[in-house]
Design a protein around this ligand. Structure first.
Ligand code: FAD
Length: 468
């Protein structure tokens, strides 16, 4: 397993649970990749993800890692806000709230509720999120509700992201039912009927973390892997041979070569491309490997900065009760959004303090990479004055910079990944896992990691059967 982020660790953990011997090679000195928690003077900050959405696979991983007792679920009644027209508005969380929201004009609401009568995408061609949402719901719903939400997850540009790749269920519901509103109603009804027939209830989705932060999960998985996790071990090159692969590793400055019967690459996409490039010439399909490497290296990963700031409660003029807020582009505020970390989960700040985490950059603001840390903090502070009227000096707890943060599923992504999967399946024993394949969230990474583990196990069983 090359890479000890959540994708690599979850895949390795799953393989181990199924009796497969696995060694994880991780370049950094700590496991978890971008999932990193820091504790300092009673403040708990997250460098990468701040929470994950509960889902079947990730909750089963949490359970198997023995972390059920540490799991925290955010209160789903907490409001989320959108900064619009110079102030914060509660985001409508259900169809009923859409009638009352001040985020949309009367005309925009009429347009929104005309959705069931809008003609569907006639030939099913791939559309950007902007095209799809504007066509079905009108431009205001796109600009004020959907684009900021997509910025919050992908730090992306809706005019370049593919609807079919980012929100496949919605594209499918339109194709099947001719309307999203109708599609959601029927889909929900069918799921409830299915659950009832099977005698189970549909679990409520919640945003989750752990009492001691998200870093607890990779730390626990690393602990369970014990000596099979090699930190400070960077894979430099790969070669294929009849029995498997030779893996050149630089471990604490010393080079060595390991032998592996099967290989999973669990790094981010551009690095996976670099490694495939070294592997290509020794495989039965050199040109396909090189073409695949180019596709992976071309996946855009714009820069992002997250800034963790603490304010004394007395210096903040308002109670920050909620998840935080998102900012539509063009509103005169640079940050993409702000998480009210100490309101979301307990134990994030000492008594008398408030902790917020703000994000700047992404596909619509790549110039963030040219700012110094001090400039990023200044920009965030100016935005906090405008949005929350907080003029007090904060305690700056962390400025986390990512030169390449989140892969962008731009138009054509789904087809390109299908080609990548086909090419990789032609190299015996080689597998990929990571956030460029089946969704970028932590939960998506774990689901993908479990699928990859199942592929490895199937692959191994076929080889054993063929050898008999
Ligand atoms: C700032 C930020 C905020 C986010 N917020 C959220 C959120 O709130 N909720 C959510 O669900 N998701 C969020 N995400 C997305 C999610 O966190 C990531 O998609 C996910 O953690 C990626 O995990 P990964 O293991 O695939 O990749 P990574 O975390 O990038 O791990 C890859 C690992 O491979 C290692 N590696 C690279 N090259 C080599 C090599 N040659 N040899 C050995 N090791 C190598 C790296 O050191 C790294 O540890 C966020 C992402 C970012 C960047």
């Amino acid at each position: 397993m090359i890479g000890g982020g959540i994708s690599g660790l979850a895949c390795a953990f799953r393989l181990r649970a199924n009796g497969v011997d696995v060694e994880v090679l991780e370049r950094d000195g700590t496991p978890g990749g971008v999932m990193r928690t820091r504790l300092e003077d009673g403040f708990l900050t997250e460098a990468g993800p701040n929470s994950f959405q509960s889902g079947e696979e990730i909750l089963s991983l949490v359970h198997d890692a023995g972390l059920d007792a540490d799991l925290l679920r955010a209160d789903s009644r907490l409001p989320r806000y959108v900064y619009f027209g110079g102030r914060l508005h509660a985001a409508p969380m259900g169809p009923g709230a859409l009638f009352g929201t001040k985020l949309l004009s009367f005309g925009a609401k009429v347009r929104l509720f005309r959705e069931p009568w809008v003609t569907k995408n006639p030939d099913g061609h791939e559309e950007s999120i902007r095209e799809f949402v504007t066509r079905r719901f009108g431009p205001a719903v796109h600009d004020v509700l959907i684009a900021p939400l997509v910025s919050g997850i992908y730090a992306g540009d809706t005019s370049r992201l593919s609807m079919q790749s980012v929100f496949p269920l919605m594209a499918e519901l339109e194709a099947k039912h001719g309307s999203l509103l109708r599609g959601f109603l029927r889909h929900g009804k069918a799921r409830r009927a299915e659950a009832k027939a099977a005698g189970r209830t549909i679990p409520k989705k919640a945003l989750c973390s752990f009492s001691n932060g998200l870093g607890v999960l990779p730390a626990r998985l690393a602990e369970r892997l014990g000596g099979d996790l090699h930190l400070r071990s960077e894979v430099m090159a790969l070669r294929s041979h009849p029995g498997g692969f030779a893996v050149d590793v630089r471990e604490a400055g010393v080079e060595r070569t390991l032998d592996a019967s099967r290989l999973v690459i669990a790094t981010h996409a551009p690095r996976a491309g670099d490694l495939l490039c070294t592997l290509g010439p020794s495989t039965p399909v050199p040109s396909e490997c090189c073409a695949t490497a180019d596709v992976l290296r071309a996946i855009e990963m714009p820069p992002l900065a997250s800034v963790c700031l603490a304010f004394r409660k007395a210096d903040v003029g308002r109670a920050l009760a909620g998840f935080g807020f998102l900012v539509p582009r063009g509103s005169g505020v640079r940050m993409l959004g702000c998480i009210w970390s100490s309101s979301l989960f307990p134990g994030r700040a000492p008594d008398g303090w408030i902790l917020v985490t703000c994000f700047v950059g992404g596909a619509t603001d790549v110039a963030v990479r040219d700012l110094s840390d001090a400039q990023v903090v200044d920009s965030v502070r100016a935005d906090l004055v405008r949005t929350l009227a907080i003029a007090a000096s904060p305690r700056v707890l962390a400025v986390n910079r990512y030169a390449a943060a989140i892969p962008q599923y731009t138009l054509g992504h789904r087809d390109r990944m299908a080609t990548v999967r086909r090419a990789i399946s032609r190299v015996p024993g080689l597998h990929l896992t990571g956030n460029y394949l089946g969704g970028v969230s932590v939960g998506d990474c774990v689901r993908q990691a479990y699928e990859t583990a199942s592929e490895v196990i199937r692959d191994a069983e076929v080889s054993v059967a063929a050898a008999r």
